[in-house]
Design a protein. Structure first.
Length: 284
């Protein structure tokens, strides 16, 4: 690899010390590198990173921050189809593989083309109010549909390929990718799935039944979740959340249609460890 691009989270690298160190190291080795600071943007085609600023011919995007920063960057630049490597400046994570102490070793592997590329599927969610689209976004980890406001049970009606499946009386529903199986879905009792698999997981949040379990669907299935009435049979307020970041407000009767995205994220792997080995290390 010869052409690099850095997306950096200034909250994790406040004085850009690590960012500048990486730029200097790459340039000393005859490589090209540019930097963009990830900043929250409330409106427009991207949320944190402007994909149009990434030069043509870029071979690798280095994301400095943590799993959250990598999720944000992946959503913004996925259609550029450039492999990404997360450098973890935060707490324990599954996505950002490289820590502070191994940055130079990781860069050496990239320069020597000693890496693997994993394809990670993403989800798109389109929110409908009647026959009108009121919002749309993309997620690498999960799309969460939940109630908003006072703590009370809400009914969620679930359809698969336009066929009614079931209803949950719960706090919410998580629709996750295999990458997201180790996130919020896991904390709600969902299964762990190898991240390079292609399937969709549905996991209820605090369901008010004793026999509710996660359900796994093949990648081509289209899942629709409709926000139903609460027990008081009044209009409920809810939110559709994408990767725990952006949110689209919904009300009773609104529905979100979720399916596999047309593009996938390319994640660089340097350690050549299997998913089982990585999982064992994270759980120790």
């Amino acid at each position: 690899m010869d052409k690099f691009y850095i997306i950096t989270n200034s909250d994790k690298d406040k004085d850009f010390q690590i960012t500048n160190e990486i730029v200097s190291y790459l340039k000393k080795n005859g490589k090209k590198c540019q930097v963009q600071q990830a900043e929250r943007k409330l409106e427009g085609a991207y949320h944190y990173t402007n994909p149009e600023l990434i030069p043509e011919g870029t071979q690798c995007i280095l994301v400095l921050g943590g799993d959250g920063t990598l999720l944000q960057a992946a959503r913004d630049v996925v259609y550029r189809k450039i492999p990404m490597l997360g450098i973890n400046l935060g707490t324990l994570g599954f996505l950002a593989e490289v820590n502070r102490q191994s940055i130079h070793a990781a860069l050496d592997k990239l320069i020597a083309d000693d890496y693997e590329i994993e394809e990670r599927m993403m989800l798109t969610g389109t929110v409908w109010h009647g026959d009108k689209i009121i919002g749309q976004d993309i997620a690498l980890n999960d799309i969460v549909i939940g109630r908003e406001g006072p703590l009370r049970v809400v009914r969620f009606k679930n359809y698969v390929n336009d066929v009614y499946l079931n209803s949950y009386n719960a706090d919410g529903i998580i629709i996750a990718t295999p990458t997201g199986s180790t996130g919020y879905s896991l904390s709600c009792g969902g299964p762990i799935v190898s991240p390079n698999a292609a399937m969709t997981l549905m996991t209820p949040i605090a369901p008010h039944t004793l026999n509710t379990r996660s359900i796994i669907f093949p990648e081509e299935d289209v899942i629709t979740v409709e926000l139903g009435e609460g027990r008081r049979q009044v209009q409920e307020q809810g939110l559709a959340s994408f990767d725990g970041d952006t949110e689209i407000p919904i009300v009773t009767g609104d529905r979100i249609v979720i399916q596999k995205a047309s593009a996938s994220v390319k994640i660089l792997k340097l350690n050549h460890l299997s998913f089982v080995e990585v999982l064992r290390q994270k759980m120790e």
